[in-house]
Design a protein around this ligand. Structure first.
Ligand SMILES: [Zn+2]
Length: 125
C-alpha cells in the first residue's frame, strides 16, 4: 500500500487527514507512492517526527481553512498560509524550488516535490 494511502486509512495512525499527510510526507522527504512496507526505520522515524510537527503547528494555527472551516470563535484557521505543498501544484517547492506536482493517491489529490521526494521505481511482481 502506498504510504499516503496507509496514512489516510487511519489503521496505523489516527487523525492525519489528506492535507496533513501531504505536508508530513514532504517534510520527511518521502514520496506518497512509496510502498509503506518498504520504508526504512530511519524514514519511519522521520515521518513520525514530521507528523508530530505538522499537527502541532496546525493546532497552534487553529487549523487550515481552505473553504468554509471556522474555529469555534468563527475565525479562519491560519495554517493554510504555512502549507508547503498542499494546494501548491506548479508552484516552487519552499525547500528546493522545483515545481510541486499533483497526483492522485487513494482517490485523493496529493502534492509532492519531484526532487525532495523521490518517486519509487515501479515494483516488480
Ligand atoms: Zn523540493
Amino acid at each position: 500500500v502506498p504510504i499516503k494511502a496507509a496514512l489516510l486509512s487511519q489503521r496505523a495512525v489516527a487523525g492525519v487527514g489528506n492535507i496533513y499527510a501531504d505536508e508530513a510526507l514532504w517534510r520527511a522527504r518521502i514520496h506518497p507512492l512509496r510502498p509503506a512496507r518498504r520504508l526504512t526505520r530511519h524514514e519511519v522515524r522521520a515521518l513520525h517526527q514530521a507528523i508530530r510537527e505538522v499537527m502541532a503547528a496546525a493546532v497552534e494555527a487553529q487549523g487550515t481553512t481552505l473553504y468554509d472551516y471556522r474555529t469555534v470563535a468563527g475565525e479562519v484557521g491560519a495554517y493554510r498560509e504555512r502549507l508547503a505543498v498542499y494546494g501548491h501544484a506548479g508552484e516552487p517547492c519552499p525547500r528546493c524550488g522545483s515545481a510541486i506536482e499533483r497526483l492522485v493517491v487513494g482517490q485523493r489529490g496529493t502534492h509532492a516535490c519531484p526532487r525532495c521526494q523521490r518517486r519509487p521505481r515501479r515494483e516488480k511482481r
